[in-house]
Design a protein around this ligand. Sequence first.
Ligand code: S3P
Length: 447
Amino acid sequence: MKNCVLINSLIPRFNKVLDIPGDKSLSIRWILLASQALGKSKAFNLLESEDVLNAIISMRKLGVKIIKRDDYYEINGVGLNGFEHKNNLKINAGNSGTFARLLCGSLAGNVKYVKVIGDKSLSKRDFSRIVKPLKLFGVKIKTKNNKLPLTIMGSRYLRPISYNEVKGSAQVKSAILIAALNTPGQTIIKSKFSRNHTELMMKNCLNINLKSKKKSNFEIIKIIGKKNYKNFNYKIPGDISSAAFFIVLTILSNKSTLKIKNVNFNKSRTGVIEILRKMGAKIKISNLRNYKGERLADIEVVSSKNLIGIKCPRSFNTKTIDEFLIIFLVCAKAKGVSTFTGISELRQKESDRLKIGAKFLKSIGIKIEEKFDSLKIYGNPELCINKQIIIKNYLKDHRVFMMSCIAALTLGGNFKIYDKNSINSSFPNFLMLLKKLGAKIDNRYIN
Ligand code: S3P
């Protein structure tokens, strides 16, 4: 019962200011990069979710000392090639594709066997995308069908590579960049545009020789490795992917306003805001500032009526990749048809989010057309649910759970939403923050 949440009333109007937990992508990158720095690094506002805590546990197993202090985490970096551990070490990446894939990059120069395993969802995901480039560096990797479990042994004689990254995957690009840190000479990546946190951290915090040149829809990144770098401190800003749920909650609620402060507003992550604005949502961005190459902002949003459907340009796909589910919910309430194309990468996430998003929309009475690579949503501005909706067997995907809660609080009906524990991977205090805004959620679900 504790793993299933009942929501049966709309959220009353609210007018609040909120802080959102630290960005997951940045938290994981800081852990991996600080682990191979020389000396003590500190991170403030590190996300304390399962994906991130698994990363900490794993790096400790590799011989890295990580301490939680009062208001920061401290990593005593071991330098490039400095991991020390027993042979055949087993590392559990849990639910996190980002940690598992970037870790493999960190292990490129590590010459003992490490077995990387993950939970049921991660064990279904494709690893060929990192196995292929890492093997070109000279890393030995054994897998069955390019899935986890995977056994990896790095090499002392890594060779720089030239690689064409065509998926627009920041995880692949970052695994290559991190492997390149340990590799002599120049590695070159031609990469379809994707989030660039790794490059920004390497350039602005580690002083790595890294150059990137933007072309039309791809970029050329050149990095020279084998140079130890010093410890660095980082203050992790709020995660826009987590903020997105609260932004949509406000848009779909009645006469409410919300200000979210200190959010990472990197241009490679803001697709959700651009799309919601195009749909007629009232969102104001203020206090834009630069922090170690990242762009931060405060976001103000108010309830918005008269939303209109969107024909989402393909060029938005990578910068919106984790927010499509919650955007689909807005499309359900918008006037007209919304179309998304070129989105089959959604099938490669913690669950097949294209299939599961379509299933969810159908369950709340929305007409959709799902194809392998696209989704059409026939919006209904009058949408109002007055029956019981059970969200069960949705593959324990944290973003499906959170989207379902937002639907329950804005569309009515009696929702019974299973797999509450899934939120621990990215946003453990999600329900507590909903309650802070006034949502009626039984305390038993909040711990
Ligand atoms: C992430 C990149 C994205 C995203 C994931 C986090 C990252 O995956 O979906 O949640 O931190 O690099 P892909 O790069 O594989 O698309």
